[in-house]
Design a protein around this ligand. Structure first.
Ligand SMILES: [Zn+2]
Length: 420
């Protein structure tokens, strides 16, 4: 399915909660794909009056449309991204004040540790020698490939409200609550042009036209999130033209990443690849239990196996593939709970456990060229279809060999060495 990029401007703050109970709910810093899809489904039903076959095609489970989340940036940090604990953020040239001490990607260090069993020397900030801490959330990648933080562009608010008496329509006694909201930071140093939210829709051209028509009828406005009757969540949405993606060079990625590992792998025989879920994923095993292991849903991948640093390289889990084998090298992942509300039933939805956004899995193929080409075909299919359940809400979108690891990777050894 072609991908269409989506850009949104907030006309009022958006209220989003992790938990259903408003008293103990923490805000989140992006609009989940579930909310984007729900907003489109509401205007569809409002305009057309019924859930016809076209509705099922767009919004049904296993339908032909996938709605990604709306993020303050156009890229999401992988779980292997770190920055200085004291002055985090991308190093920017020239602007000493706004820049951080730089971003590093520890994936090469983790991969080498896993393959050799030798614990790495700790990596510290290159500028001030302090500890590193993990980065999460989204960032902005510009057309020239340089990256920017979003720390000062958005702010979270706690909006205080009183409850409304259902019968009289006036303020109700002793009901007071707050709503976590997000909005562009008015004190942001940059202009307002940078306060957009970025997302995507994967679907066929005729469905995009249908969604465009719906948006036009609504004056370009979607209503997203909680407390919409209180005026929150007015979002002006634009769907861009179909994205032209050039096919990435995975051989080049494999060769360059191999250089970070210091001659540990033979690029002729070894093909290292990463599988990432920038929007999270919902994976289940054969008994429908939640899992963080993609191999339950992608049968040709090896199980994660033991991921403890104390594991010896001999214990790496592997599976035969074509005439060679695939090894499960490393995984940086965790579970997160999503809660939801089923509007059709008017009941809370059962909690689900997702693989967190930015989860990174590393595998190594070892074998001949024929198997290697077969593997690349499988990887292209994964990128096209995604993995897991609730893919219509953006879960399970797959990125193979994220260029982030080449741009920010720290060499796992200071000088090249050849292992026996
Ligand atoms: Zn530092």
């Amino acid at each position: 399915m072609p991908r269409y990029l989506v850009e949104a401007e907030l006309e009022s703050p958006v209220v989003l909660r992790r938990e259903r109970q408003s008293q103990r709910s923490e805000g989140i810093d992006y609009v989940p794909g579930t909310q984007v899809r729900g907003a489109f489904a509401r205007i569809y039903l409002w305009r057309k009056g019924e859930a016809d076959t076209a509705f099922q095609r767009i919004f049904g489970e296993g339908g032909q449309c996938r709605f990604g989340p709306l993020d303050p940036g156009n890229e999401y940090f992988p779980k292997t991204a770190y920055s200085c604990k004291r002055v985090p953020g991308f190093a920017t040239e020239g602007e000493e004040k706004s820049g951080g001490h730089g971003v590093v990607d520890l994936l090469p260090v983790i991969v080498r540790w896993s393959l050799t069993g030798q614990p790495p020397a700790p990596v510290r900030c290159q500028v001030c020698d302090h500890d590193l801490k993990p980065l999460s959330g989204s960032y902005f990648r510009q057309a020239d490939g340089t990256c920017r933080d979003l720390r000062h562009r958005w702010r979270r608010l706690a909006m205080a409200h009183v409850g409304i008496e259902r019968i009289s329509g006036t303020a109700a006694e002793s009901i007071f609550f707050h709503l976590p909201a997000m909005e562009p930071n008015p004190e942001s140093p940059e202009g307002s042009a940078t306060t957009a939210l970025y997302g995507w829709i994967d679907t066929e051209p005729e469905i995009i036209e249908l969604l465009q028509d719906l948006l036009r009828e609504e004056g370009g406005i979607l209503r997203i999130g909680h407390a919409r009757t209180r005026g929150y969540g007015r979002v002006r949405l634009r769907i861009h033209k179909e994205m032209q993606e050039e096919s990435p060079d995975w051989e080049e990625w494999n060769r360059k990443f191999g250089e970070f590992l210091g001659g540990l792998l033979d690029p002729q025989r070894d093909f290292l690849f990463t599988l990432e879920f920038p929007c999270g994923a919902i994976l289940v095993d054969d008994l429908l239990r939640y899992t963080v292991d993609p191999s339950w849903m992608v049968p040709w991948l090896p199980r994660l196996g033991l991921q403890s640093p104390a594991r010896s390289p001999r214990q790496i889990s592997r599976v035969e593939f074509a005439s060679g084998e695939i090894l499960s090298v490393a995984a940086v992942t965790q579970h997160e709970r999503v809660r939801g509300w089923n509007f059709a039933h008017g009941l809370p939805r059962a909690d689900e456990w997702t693989v967190c956004r930015g989860a990174v899995y590393v595998y190594l193929y070892r074998g001949d060229n024929h198997g290697r080409e077969q593997l690349k075909e499988q990887l292209r299919t994964l990128e096209r279809t995604g993995v897991g359940i609730r893919r219509g809400e953006g879960f399970g979108a797959v990125v193979i060999n994220n260029p982030f690891h080449l741009q920010f990777g720290v060499p796992a050894v200071s000088e090249p060495e050849i292992l026996p």
